[in-house]
Structures are given as structure tokens and as C-alpha cells.
Design a protein around this ligand. Structure first.
Ligand SMILES: *Cc1c(COP(=O)(O)O)cnc(C)c1O
Length: 433
């Protein structure tokens, strides 16, 4: 099919994420993907600065991941998981348990479903039904998950009467990550000796809110340290530590949604590692299969599993062998690659390459944590215009709201990273003041 036919049929029949039926700017047809690059149907090549939404941490068309899918498809593509089991599922479960210290693994078919399952676990384990979360969060698009997304960003007003009403703490104060010198986010060198400050008033706010609602709460659910699609904000691990302490003090469960933060993206294996806390329930997804197939997981401790009893969930494609096999291969690959070094090198490159953006009049903040680089703008981003600019630089990004951001594959080399940051700088300097 030629690119024009694809574009035409796409416009006629498909929905795209968070888009009207026939959006003003059509989607770009992609013909192939290799390493850190996407090959567009018109022949252009662009660096996948988004890792295809946090997922393709090893890059595209990876021989080891290809082989895992190919070997598995020749053996067994899928069997039901009710009453049956198989090697790919137990392999990935054993590996996840070893990586996280959580005993029990529920294999779900997407991140949102993993969050639904986490909520069910918490409700079944405690007999209570409300959750506490923080504003500015994002946990997925299904109804249970949407109910704990930021009420404003998450468009709760469009679904009033459908969504359960949970308890929302204020957005955690920003201020964590790689210091960027005089431009962009940096701790106050004078006061804190270079350490990010902790807002004591915010800790008290958490104390009061949890104490007030403890009797009706099943769990606290948060994205550890990085709030992703809710605004790409980094917050101090002290707030996560306090939530862990409060959950313990009041008999609540702590659910860590590590779907974006998991598997090294923030510079630690999991977001919770920044705070040195372990959750009772944990969701992983996105990078789990290295971006190959849709699979996520909800993990919990042995104690939670015992309190849950019969868990009332069971998707048709639960434990899909193809997805499980490629997840196991992706986690093996992660264990072999020097991801800490690679993410650290990307963090250095992003900090160096993006710091200057803070001088652009249209830029409000620049921040970097691990292999995540964010330019927050003063006005909402003209997505089509920014995309034109970065694509001229040979880079694919998908800005939203007030954000131009990147989370490239871990193997992104310095030259390609420099192209990404140069593209972002060009976009920042073209913003209206
Ligand atoms: C992407 C995301 C989800 C939802 O995952 P899907 O696979 O898109 O359903 C949930 N929580 C967080 C933190 C995410 O980043």
C-alpha cells in the first residue's frame, strides 16, 4: 500500500489516541522501525525520542526480541489461562518476582487493566472501597483507573456520575531530578547544600488527609517520584516515604504504579527505589515487553494475596505466551545491558543539551531525571508546529499540553541524543514568548 492510501484509509476508518474521528493533522504512516529509528513511508527517518510511549527501551526490531517471538509462535501462540499454564508465563513471573521482591504476579493485558486489578486487590483485601491519591497523576483510561487520574487533566467532568469519587491530596511539590545549574530546575544550593528541599507543609497535608479518611480507605495509589502523562513532574522521594509510613500507621495498602517508571527509566530499577520503599501492590507495563506486545502485570506480596482470596479478574488473553516470552527476553536483555550506565549517560546528555532551553522566553521549566527530559512551556504547545520542527531535525516527539519531552531508548548514542536535544531546543526557541 502506498503512503497516500494508508493515510486516506486511516482518516476514513480509524480512531487515534485522544483524537476526534478525522483529526485536522493526519497521522504519519510508518513503514518500518529499526534500532532507535522509525522509517516513515515517505522515506524520511526519525529518531524515536518517545521509545514509542516508554516501551521500546531496547530499540526496535531487536534480534533477541524478534527471536523470542518467532520461537514462541512456532510452539504455541496462545492458550487460555483458566486451568492451564505454560513455561513463558512462569518464567516471566519468576523473573518479576525476583526483580521486585513481590511474591504473586497477575498478568494483565495492558497497563490500565493492571491498575484495575490492583484496585480490585486492594478492595478485596481490605473490604473498603475508597482510594487516596495525589492530584496530577495518570493511571490509565479505563473507568477504575480514570477515577484516580488527576480530576482536571483526567477530564472527570466528562464522566460525572460514572466515576467513583476518591480522595485527592494536592499535587506533590515539584523539585527533584538532575540539577541543571542556573537554568532549569535546581535545588537551592545555599539552603539545602545542593539537596532538593522537602516541603514540610506538604507532609503535614498528607498526614491530615490520610488521618481524616483512613477509616474508609483501602489503599493509597501513586506513581513513584515521576508523574508521567499527568504532567511529567518529578517529586521528592520523601513524599513517597511519608505515604508508606502513613499507609502502615493506618492499615492501608500502598499501590505503586510503576508502569512508566519501571525497568530503569528514572535511573533506578523502579521509581520506589529512589525512596527506598516497597509497596504492597505494584503495577508494571509499558517497557515490560520491550515495546513488542501488550502485556502488563500487577504484583503483590504474599500477605496481600492471602487477604484477597479469590481474585475476581481473568482476561481472555491473560498470560499470552507470545507476550510472556518476549517480556522474559526483554527482562533478560535488561539484566545484561549496562542500563544504569546508559541511562546515566542519557541523563548527562539531556542535562547538557536541554539546560539552555530555560533561556527561551516561552519556556517555564526544564527538568531531567534518568532518561527523561522535559521542557515545560508557558503556553499550550502547538503540537503540529512543534512536530514539524523536530521532524526537520530528524526526531519524532509527541508533545502534549505544556510539554515537549523525550524518553529515548537506552541504547541511544550521544550523536542521536544530541539531535534530540537540538530538535527540542529549536522547538523551544520557536515558541511564542
Ligand atoms: C501508560 C500508563 C498507564 C496505562 O497503561 P496502558 O497500557 O496505556 O493502559 C497506567 N499508569 C501509568 C503510570 C502509565 O504511564
Amino acid at each position: 500500500m502506498d503512503a497516500e492510501t494508508i493515510r486516506e484509509l486511516d482518516r476514513r476508518h480509524l480512531w487515534h489516541p485522544y483524537a476526534p474521528a478525522a483529526p485536522a493533522t493526519p497521522a504519519h504512516p510508518v513503514a518500518g522501525a529499526e534500532g532507535v529509528r522509525l522509517r516513515l513511508s515517505d522515506g524520511r527517518e526519525v529518531i524515536d525520542g518517545m521509545s514509542s510511549w516508554w516501551a521500546a527501551i531496547h530499540g526496535h526490531n531487536h534480534p533477541r526480541l524478534n527471536a523470542a517471538v518467532r520461537d514462541q509462535v512456532g510452539t504455541m501462540a496462545h492458550v487460555m489461562f483458566g486451568g492451564l499454564t505454560h513455561e513463558p508465563a512462569v518464567r516471566v513471573a519468576r523473573r518479576l518476582a525476583a526483580m521486585t521482591g513481590m511474591e504473586r504476579v497477575f498478568l494483565a493485558d495492558s497497563g490500565s487493566v493492571a491498575v484495575e486489578v490492583a484496585i480490585k486487590m486492594a478492595v478485596q483485601a481490605t473490604g473498603r472501597s475508597r482510594l487516596l491519591t495525589v492530584r496530577g497523576g495518570y493511571h490509565g483510561d479505563t473507568f477504575g483507573a480514570m477515577a484516580v487520574c488527576d480530576p482536571v487533566n483526567g477530564m472527570h467532568h466528562m464522566f460525572t456520575g460514572v466515576l467513583p469519587r476518591h480522595v485527592f491530596a494536592d499535587r506533590p511539590p515539584g523539585g527533584y531530578g538532575r540539577p541543571l545549574g542556573s537554568s532549569g530546575q535546581s535545588p537551592d544550593e545555599g539552603a539545602g547544600g545542593g539537596a532538593w528541599p522537602v516541603d514540610e507543609a506538604y507532609l503535614r497535608h498528607l498526614d491530615e488527609l490520610v488521618a481524616r479518611h483512613a477509616g474508609e480507605l483501602a489503599a493509597v495509589i501513586v506513581e513513584p517520584v515521576v508523574q508521567g502523562a499527568g504532567g511529567m513532574r518529578f517529586y521528592h522521594p520523601a513524599y513517597l516515604r511519608r505515604l508508606r509510613e502513613l499507609a502502615d500507621a493506618h492499615g492501608l495498602l500502598l499501590i505503586a504504579d510503576e508502569i512508566a517508571t519501571g525497568f530503569g527509566r528514572t535511573g533506578e530499577l523502579f521509581g520506589c527505589d529512589h525512596a527506598g520503599v516497597t509497596p504492597d501492590i505494584m503495577c508494571v507495563g509499558k517497557a515490560l515487553t520491550g515495546g513488542y506486545l501488550t502485556m502488563a502485570a500487577t504484583l503483590c506480596t504474599a500477605e496481600v494475596a492471602e487477604r484477597v482470596g479469590v481474585l475476581m479478574h481473568g482476561p481472555t488473553f491473560m498470560g499470552n505466551p507470545l507476550a510472556a516470552a518476549v517480556a522474559d527476553a526483554s527482562l533478560t536483555l535488561l539484566g545484561e545491558r549496562p542500563w544504569r550506565h546508559e541511562v546515566g549517560r542519557i541523563e548527562d546528555g539531556l542535562a547538557e543539551g536541554l539546560a539552555e532551553a530555560a533561556r527561551a522566553p516561552g519556556v517555564k521549566d526544564v527538568r531531567v531525571l534518568g532518561a527523561i527530559g522535559v521542557i515545560e512551556t508557558r503556553a499550550p504547545v502547538d503540537v503540529a508546529k512543534v512536530q514539524d520542527i523536530v521532524m526537520e531535525h530528524g526526531v519524532w516527539l509527541r508533545p502534549f499540553g505544556h510539554l515537549i519531552y523525550t524518553m529515548p531508548p537506552y541504547g541511544t548514542l550521544p550523536d542521536d541524543l544530541a539531535r534530540i536535544t537540538q530538535a527540542m531546543l529549536a522547538a523551544a526557541h520557536a515558541l511564542p514568548a
